[in-house]
Design a protein around this ligand. Structure first.
Ligand SMILES: C[S@@+](CC[C@H](N)C(=O)[O-])C[C@H]1O[C@@H](n2cnc3c(N)ncnc32)[C@H](O)[C@@H]1O
Length: 241
């Protein structure tokens, strides 16, 4: 059975949208506090990876409050687009973009990653951070990312993973499954969201298993780099020519 935020029996997409709308106001603060700002380092590494391909049109899928999209502006692209299903997250992202005066280069739109509102081959680079695990049908989301990417374009995906080695695994499990849900619950006031986070990470494909999904989506030259003792990974590939 799919891991969903509230277990109401509604479809996962609806519950995920509801959850991110509910926690949007505390998302950025909790994201950076609970990860001790390591999430910023991972996003920067992902951007460094796609830099080699000099992308001019970039898509950030499941952009949330736009942190990865904003980080990609350092590549001096012509246009960056972020897409997300949760209006609450997008609204906060738009405020951040306006505060930095970047609204001409960076646009956030409402849309579903499993049915992207863009043309085939429209982007030079497509990226997503902490999004794919939340999709109702992750394979469909990956296929869509492949569709909107130009042949030879670069894809980069940042996602949490569960560390496998001792003693990191038990230490991290204690933090991720006990401490984080408690702090998340107190600050976000959403009792399920930070319980859903470790549950969804544990249930999701990681490492080689995830690269098989990327292969099915039509990517090649696929690889991944484990981050910070295996608590996250950056996956990358190119769309077949
Ligand atoms: C954990 S947040 C990550 C946000 C951002 N990428 C970041 O790095 O902070 C996951 C985001 O995925 C979005 N999301 C989940 N399912 C989606 C879907 N089917 N289509 C578009 N966005 C989706 C959620 O609304 C949420 O904003």
């Amino acid at each position: 059975m799919a891991v969903t935020p509230y277990g109401t029996g509604k479809n996962k997409k609806e519950e995920v949208r509801q959850m991110f709308d509910s926690i949007a106001g505390s998302y950025d603060f909790l994201n950076h506090a609970l990860s001790l700002n390591i999430d910023k380092i991972w996003r920067r590494r992902l951007i460094r990876h796609i830099k080699k391909y000099n992308p001019k049109r970039i898509l950030d899928v499941a952009t949330g409050t736009g942190d990865l999209a904003l980080a990609s502006l350092r590549l001096d692209p012509e246009k960056v687009t972020g897409v997300d299903i949760a209006k609450g997250m997008i609204e906060i992202g738009r405020k951040k973009i306006e505060a930095r005066g970047e609204q001409d280069r960076l646009n956030l739109v409402e849309g579903d990653s499993e049915n992207l509102p863009f043309s085939t081959g429209e982007f030079d680079a497509v990226m997503v951070a902490f999004g794919v695990r939340n999709f109702e049908d992750p394979q469909k989301g990956l296929n869509e990312m492949g569709r909107v990417l130009k042949p030879g374009g670069v894809v980069a995906i940042l996602e949490f993973t569960m560390p496998v080695h001792f003693p990191i695994r038990p230490m991290y499990c204690f933090y991720f499954k006990r401490v984080l849900p408690l702090v998340g619950k107190v600050i976000s006031k959403d009792f399920s969201a930070y319980r859903y986070l470790p549950d969804s990470v544990e249930a999701f494909a990681q490492g080689e298993d995830f690269t098989f999904m990327m292969k099915s989506a039509g990517f090649e030259q696929i690889g991944y780099k484990s981050q910070s003792f295996g608590i996250a990974a950056i996956y990358y590939g190119l769309k077949k020519q």
